[in-house]
Design a protein around this ligand. Structure first.
Ligand SMILES: Cc1cc2nc3c(=O)[nH]c(=O)nc-3n(C[C@H](O)[C@H](O)[C@H](O)COP(=O)(O)OP(=O)(O)OC[C@H]3O[C@@H](n4cnc5c(N)ncnc54)[C@H](O)[C@@H]3O)c2cc1C
Length: 396
């Protein structure tokens, strides 16, 4: 067993950290205030090869492993703690992986190069107004008509709806097939018959969240991923990958918060000595560090499992992958939220200010607690299913 990153991985990690320090940190307040990631930031990410980095080289990506992508997600979450840039990054990384694995050759050649170049957006549209957890109960349909699929229905709380409209691009969309099963289709947002609505979130303001309404929106069959009627499993596989990168981004944001906090409690003097000398504070630091470190290595293991089994189409470790991925998506947002919250409290009143900036992280990480890429209870249900067996699922 070797826990050390390779020389190549370390060099890459250092390069993304430099990018985070020099480009993301100075921009994070602006990203939050202006509600968008500046185009020069996206262009810089594209130059570094970060956008949709797992996409194979022939379609414009760098063919990065899940481990390398996980390292980048950590650094981007550390750089822009509002999570906006991390969300942009990880949606494209996660869902371009599904596209690369299951898309048609024609669609990959058309869609993926602009995504990797930062000239189009790629996301996921599964949630509907009637719920995101019970995906099998969705209502949106994709009806086959000749060489097209015709979508009818509504999606909601979808990240990147405005970006896909303005930049170009769209979402991998899960829909019921009236002929049976589910279809997983790439749907360009600017397709005739699609309208969008923007929602007003409390955090990660630099990326939009909105609704998509399909009124007989027609997409060509080349945009179908995999086989007609068999899309549900492909979407679930995509969630495993994307959830790992969500967890990684949370680890980066948490590490940054703890570093900020550690510096502060060394320097801030109360009752004639540094805050860090008081056991109440020091023990909190110790607890947070040990929990964070445990989750961080589990996240890296999730990425390793994805490289070793999932991306090779090897289902022999499916249960292990499901357990580890749902475990990190359950634990990482919670420990990240706790780290930011505690560090905020160590700062006293100044922690409550926009200037200190910790609230950015709190608002951003909260999106992963309430539901983005699957609610915490859904992760618990997956773990329960894998630990106890399908007979113990709380629903049919
Ligand atoms: C900022 C943000 C961005 C998002 N971006 C996207 C996106 O890009 N694409 C997309 O498709 N979706 C997106 N979502 C939606 C997200 O996937 C859903 O929020 C999530 O799946 C939960 O669905 P819901 O919000 O409808 O809650 P519900 O499904 O109504 O669940 C409500 C609460 O009950 C819990 N719950 C549900 N079922 C059970 C159960 N059986 N037992 C116990 N507890 C349960 C859930 O964990 C949740 O806390 C985003 C959400 C947010 C907040």
């Amino acid at each position: 067993m070797n826990f050390e990153l390779s020389d190549e991985e370390q060099a890459f990690q250092a390069a993304v950290r430099r990018f985070g320090d020099r480009v993301l940190r100075p921009n994070e307040q602006k990203i939050d205030a202006e509600g968008r990631i500046p185009s020069d930031v996206l262009a810089a990410m594209a130059d570094l090869g970060l956008l949709a980095m797992p996409v194979p080289v022939e379609y414009g990506g760098m063919g990065a492993s899940a481990v390398l992508t996980e390292l980048a997600a950590e650094e981007i979450g550390r750089g822009d703690s509002s999570m906006a840039t991390a969300v942009f990054f990880l949606l494209e990384a996660g869902w371009s992986t599904a596209f690369s694995l299951h898309g048609t050759e024609e669609a990959k050649r058309e869609v993926l190069p602009p995504v990797c170049a930062g000239k189009a957006f790629l996301g996921i549209a599964s949630t509907e107004p009637t719920g995101g957890s019970d995906l099998a109960g969705m209502h949106t349909t994709a009806r086959r008509e000749g060489t097209s699929f015709v979508l009818h229905g509504e999606k909601s709380f979808i990240s990147g709806t405005e970006e896909a409209k303005e930049l170009g691009g769209g979402h991998l969309t899960l829909a019921k097939d009236p002929a049976g099963g589910f279809d997983f289709l790439y749907v360009p947002t600017n397709t005739e018959g699609i309208s969008t609505q923007r929602f007003h979130n409390m955090g990660r303001m630099g990326i939009s969240t909105g609704g998509l309404t399909y009124q007989d929106a027609r997409v060509p069959e080349k945009y179908l991923l995999g086989t007609q009627g068999k899309g549900f499993g492909l979407a679930m596989g995509g969630f495993s990958v994307a959830r790992t990168y969500v967890a990684a981004a949370c680890i980066g944001a948490a590490e940054r918060a703890l570093e900020t906090g550690t510096k502060y409690i060394r320097e801030r003097s109360v009752f004639g000595q540094p805050l860090g000398k008081f056991e109440a504070i020091q023990f909190e630091l110790a607890d947070l560090w040990s929990q964070l470190e445990a989750v961080k290595w589990q996240v890296r293991r999730a990425a390793w499992l994805i490289d070793t089994y999932t991306l090779k189409g090897d289902t022999s470790h499916r249960s292990e992958v499901d357990r580890v991925v749902s475990s990190v998506k359950l634990a990482a947002p919670q420990i990240a939220f706790e780290c930011v919250k505690r560090v905020m409290m160590w700062h006293g009143a100044s922690g409550y200010t926009k200037e200190v900036g910790l609230e950015l992280g709190l608002r951003g990480i909260m999106s992963y607690m309430v539901g983005a890429e699957g609610g915490l209870n859904i992760m618990r249900i997956i773990l329960g299913r894998e630990l106890l067996g399908k007979d113990f699922l709380p629903y049919k």
